[in-house]
Design a protein around this ligand. Structure first.
Ligand SMILES: [Zn+2]
Length: 422
């Protein structure tokens, strides 16, 4: 259990002491940055795992393990957790020590304001092809703290065949610290927009379907990262004991593992302890006070209901995995065969499977929501290598895009009716 005065607790304390923000302040205003700069960050570490029991024990203890591969896993830990891991005899390698000296974003990355400018430029340059949709408000916007924090989408489709075209969704930036996905969604948008009228396949696709792209879902969290909180993952909704809800655990699909029995190999007590930690505001996987409690989740859920996406892809970092529903079970869904085919066509070099098969049980995620509510394929794609981490050198994006871009293009090509894939 994490009962120490942790990063999240400190954030809550700092937030409580911060001056009341003026309603007209921009989201990246100085007071937010100043508050952020006083908060201690988590440390990214790589832990050696000797056996499955050690892994389950760490998960049940509330460690947010990810990029689990073979005998190692990465985690963002507090100073206290790091000390405990070492005291417990684990071999722990520190990958990224807390450091604010490098600033918010590595060189080359666009900040949110530049991304919005780019989206507006596309809309102006290609008025028949590109429309910006205001999908909804972030938590900070609903509370008046950051009036400009809208969740914005690009709707890309030609005026041909007007009416109800099949729509598909690509999104990035659900987890604020994962930087590559945001840029990859923009590259996909650019490829489609500039390819229309030149590339016959893209032209046909945009004549017959709508591609919706949300580069940054978690705008409030993104502002924290841009302000120097490099390991920020959740939104910024404060609770007693911690700040932020993990938006990719907040959706109304077995939220907080409701109705999910202990998976095979888990003792009941370990399962209870594991489930408990997603109810803890201090956890990086805090699922929120209820299913769909967060404005960001509500905005996306509304968009899903409106557009009835035939396919949705949620880009994350890192670990080179393509993950499909459902996250809380080892038992394949009836669509496992289809998911495997799409994986092989999209990212064959990546590992593929459900979250439970590849990492650990998850629930309330975007992909499970898409699958359980719309009965449509939903994927999480974890881009980047372990060496890339959350913040790949910008030059690495060319390589990641060169490999994954064709796969995303493939998903667009079958996205009008993925169930017909043979
Ligand atoms: Zn993520």
């Amino acid at each position: 259990m994490r009962r120490a005065l942790s990063v999240a607790t400190l954030i809550a304390v700092v937030a409580a002491c911060a001056p009341t923000p003026q309603p007209n302040l921009a989201p990246s205003d100085a007071s937010t940055a100043a508050a952020a700069s006083r908060v201690t960050e988590g440390t990214l570490v790589r832990i050696r795992i000797k056996n499955n029991d050690q892994k389950l024990a760490m998960l049940a203890d509330g460690l947010d393990l990810f990029a689990i591969k073979g005998d190692k896993a990465d985690a963002v830990v507090t100073a206290k957790q790091l000390t405990k891991l070492k005291a417990d005899g684990y071999s722990v390698e520190v990958l990224t020590a807390p450091s604010r000296s490098r600033g918010g974003l590595p060189a080359g990355y666009r900040n949110f304001s530049q991304i919005v400018t780019l989206m507006r430029t596309w809309q102006t340059q290609y008025p028949d092809l590109v429309k910006i949709l205001d999908v909804g408000d972030t938590w900070e916007k609903t509370t008046g703290k950051s009036p400009n924090n809208d969740i914005l989408a690009l709707s890309i489709t030609s005026p041909k065949n007007p009416g109800n075209k099949p729509a598909m969704l690509f999104m990035g930036g659900v987890h604020a610290r994962e930087l590559a996905p945001v840029e990859l969604t923009l590259r996909l948008a650019q490829k489609l927009i500039e390819g229309y009228g030149k590339d016959p396949a893209i032209t046909q696709q945009l004549d017959t379907r709508e591609v919706v792209i949300i580069p940054v879902v978690n705008v409030d969290g993104r502002m924290q990262v841009e302000g120097g909180q490099q390991m920020w993952r959740k939104n910024t909704h404060p609770f007693t004991g911690g700040t932020g809800v993990d938006l990719n655990r907040n959706f109304d699909s077995h939220w907080a593992y409701q109705g999910v029995p202990a998976p095979a190999g888990w003792s009941d007590s370990r399962w209870e302890s594991f489930k408990q930690q997603v109810m803890d505001p201090e956890s990086d996987a805090f699922s929120g006070p209820g299913a769909g409690s967060e404005p960001e989740t509500q905005a996306l859920s509304k968009l899903f209901a409106q557009k009835r996406f035939t396919l949705s892809v949620d880009l994350h970092g890192y670990g080179e995995m393509m993950i499909w529903p459902v996250g809380h079970s080892l038992v394949p869904t009836p669509h496992e065969g289809l998911f495997k085919k799409l994986w092989q066509k999209t990212a064959p070099r990546y590992r593929g499977g459900t979250s439970m098969q590849l990492l650990y049980p998850t629930s309330g995620t975007t992909k499970d929501y898409a699958y359980e509510k719309l009965k449509s394929p939903g994927f999480t794609i974890e881009v980047g290598t372990d060496a890339d981490g959350f913040r790949p050198d910008f030059s690495r994006l060319d390589k990641i895009w060169a490999e994954l871009g064709p796969g995303l293009g493939y998903l667009v090509s079958i996205g009008d009716n993925p169930n017909a894939v043979q």
